[in-house]
Design a binder for this molecule. Structure first.
Ligand code: SAH
Ligand code: MG
Length: 212
């Protein structure tokens, strides 16, 4: 969500890496919703503290967040899944160009249908949910059992354009998505075995830490 605070924060830590800049440019030109850098910064600092060895990402797009996570976490291996074949092909090229192909494994398919390969690489120290906004509860239910003890699930866009908290009036087009995200946020709070904190940054980030 664009806000004076987010705008200010994004000027503090501008991206300078040429490949990342190229990816951001590609995303803008092709209307691909990559994660905002201000919330990415929070995610990466959590990763630097937690040092996950294994990460599952639901929603690769062109690999922007995957590459940023791999850069921040020198030892971690990332499995990232997307059902959009064209985007995954672009992601593959960018991974190759950035030299992270060996630490990021791409899986083509619907995360909810093609669980076998995702399951095969489990458990994960961190699961990052950033795919279809109306499906978050389904992803959480499918993948939170694959989270290692004291691991975490991070969900992006949980405040979707400020519409979820009602800062911005939900538009008709997004009504269902907004209702589902509201239900999801409440579900996260209720969910036993996880403690969730919401970060009002970027498009809203929920960090759910596995407690048992
Ligand atoms: N994490 C990326 C952005 C992901 S955009 C970044 O910040 O760089 C969301 C992606 O989720 C889209 O590319 C879309 O194709 C994918 N997606 C949507 N539903 C999915 C599903 N059920 N399984 C796998 N990928 C899905
Ligand atoms: Mg996102």
């Amino acid at each position: 969500m664009s806000s004076p605070l987010n705008d200010y924060l994004s000027t503090l830590q501008p991206i300078r890496d040429p490949i990342l800049l190229k990816m951001k440019d590609y995303a803008v030109q092709n209307n691909i919703p990559i994660m905002e850098d201000v919330s990415m910064a929070v995610l990466l600092s959590l990763m630097k503290l937690k040092k996950p060895q294994t990460v599952l990402e639901i929603g690769t797009a062109i690999g922007y967040s995957a590459i940023r996570m791999a850069k921040a976490c020198k030892e971690c291996k990332i499995v990232s899944c997307d059902l959009d074949e064209k985007r995954l092909a672009i992601a593959k090229a960018f991974l190759h160009e950035s030299g992270f192909s060996d630490r990021i494994t791409l899986i083509y398919g619907d995360a909810l249908d093609d669980l076998a390969e995702i399951e095969h690489n489990a458990p994960y120290d961190m699961v990052f949910i950033d795919a279809a906004k109306g499906q978050y509860e389904k992803y959480f239910k499918a993948f939170s059992p694959m989270v290692a003890k004291h691991g975490m699930v991070v969900s992006d866009n949980v405040f979707f354009r400020g519409m979820v908290p009602g800062i911005v009036q939900p538009t008709k087009r997004y009504r269902t998505v907004i209702n589902r995200l509201r239900e999801y946020n409440e579900y996260l709070v209720r969910e036993e075995g996880f403690e969730t904190t919401f970060y009002p940054i970027g498009d809203g980030l929920a960090v759910s830490i596995k407690t048992d």
